[in-house]
Design a protein around this ligand. Structure first.
Ligand code: SF4
Length: 403
């Protein structure tokens, strides 16, 4: 199998893995790249010189990085061979499909070529586990090392930390990558047992995340890639272990507060043929969406878990935006005076985001905000905010009719 065939095999299931802030579905033929070709050991091909098959082979996803920059991100595995038997996973041991494995230098060479051609600016690299988490992590680290040192790759690298990795490996990953992640898959030991009987929640999964934070607190940033600490993320299989949204968000909030998790990814459970969970019904993708909304409210908008509108089964309603549901319960009869509220109060109003709240604070230093059109000019979705605000003492909803 040549390297591109290997990439086809390995990338084909990676749509199940969420990484970075996706800006849509697959896009390997329509997005123009503006990155210049970089010098290196290969003669670069232009994007158009890749055959259609090569383009299809490369599962390059448009992704938005934490700094807001958009890139084409290759998501792949180093190997789809795995000795573990997680119940939901297409790569689980014993499942009958063709496995493929890259050697570290083989993958690094192929990716470097794609990068030089402008075909992909970043890579998210994970792997199935073979001969233990430590040995597999060594191979991921070797690959990253070859990419950075031999091929001079300076672009975005997200490295998955394998379950059971050692602290020195976590440290090394932080020296090579812009982002590191450990997939917790489930919110607790009990829930993980329903999904992955041979993964150990605390020792194998949570501990590496704690090490990342411990290292960030004790080692200066200049020791790491680009002189910055890598960000940390995790992923949950939402609904795979019959857990509630409250359980998922409780663990997410704990991670954000205690190990400075940048964000959690929620992947709505989807059954895979020939796995123990193949007959379990798929989870409504809207659940994924509501979990993202709620996690951003916890992370960025000053909401606490108890503010979120959980139903009696501890799940978020699927039909309502959680911020809107909170406002309907709390602000309809106690609208917020936009000219007096602090930033946190403003951000809790539907239609007002972080930037909108900051714009309101700046604008009202100059003059009072008296109507919805002035809110609109500040980037607020005024119609959505109207039922929940007062503008200089007057209910804004009444003013809606004036324009
Ligand atoms: S360890 Fe990872 S690749 Fe292996 S079966 Fe579990 S989830 Fe799949």
């Amino acid at each position: 199998m040549n390297a591109l065939d290997t990439l086809v095999e390995l990338s084909s299931q990676m749509t199940l893995e969420h990484a970075e802030e996706s800006r849509g579905g697959l896009n390997y033929s329509t997005t123009k790249t503006t990155e210049p070709a970089k010098p290196g050991c290969y003669s670069p091909k232009s994007r158009s010189e890749f055959t259609e098959r090569e383009q299809r082979a490369a599962f390059v996803h448009p992704a938005q990085l934490p700094n807001g920059k958009s890139i084409q991100l290759l998501k792949t595995l180093l190997s789809s061979a795995c000795e573990r038997d997680c119940f939901y996973c297409p790569f689980r041991a014993g499942r009958d499909f063709r496995r493929a494995t890259f050697k570290p230098d083989e993958f690094a060479g192929l990716f470097s070529k794609m990068n030089q051609s402008g075909f992909a600016q970043g890579v998210f690299l994970s792997s199935g586990i073979a001969a233990g988490g430590v040995r597999t992590m060594d191979k991921l680290l070797d690959t990253a090392d070859i990419l950075r040192k031999t091929h001079g790759f300076t672009g975005y690298l997200h490295l998955k930390i394998m379950p059971g990795s050692e602290k020195a490996q976590v440290y090394r990953a932080m020296q090579l990558a812009d982002r590191v992640s450990v997939n917790l898959e489930a919110p607790s030991t009990e829930r993980l047992a329903k999904l992955a009987p041979h993964k150990v929640f605390i020792e194998e999964l949570l501990r590496p995340l704690r090490w990342v934070e411990e290292i960030r607190r004790t080692v200066p940033a200049h020791k790491f890639w680009n002189g910055k600490y890598p960000s940390t993320v995790t992923q949950f299989v939402a609904g795979g272990a019959d857990e509630s949204d409250l359980e998922l968000l409780n663990t997410t909030q704990w991670l954000m507060k205690n190990v400075r998790l940048k964000r959690a990814y929620f992947s709505a459970f989807h059954p895979i043929l020939d796995t123990p969970l193949e007959n379990k019904p798929a989870v409504n993708p809207m659940r994924e969406h509501r979990l993202y909304q709620a996690s951003f409210l916890l992370r960025d908008y000053g909401f606490e878990l108890e503010d979120l509108p959980f139903s009696s089964d501890e799940n978020l309603p699927l039909h309502t935006d959680p911020k809107l549901a909170w406002a309907q319960m709390n602000l309809v009869h106690a609208p917020v005076e936009v000219n007096l509220a602090d930033k946190q109060q403003l951000m809790k109003i539907p239609g007002i985001g972080i930037k909108g709240a900051e714009s309101i604070l700046s604008a009202r230093r100059i003059s009072k905000l008296r109507n919805l059109s002035s809110l609109k000019k500040l980037g607020v979705i005024a119609e959505r905010a109207a039922p929940y605000v007062l503008l200089d003492g007057r209910k804004a909803a009444v003013q809606m009719n004036l324009f």
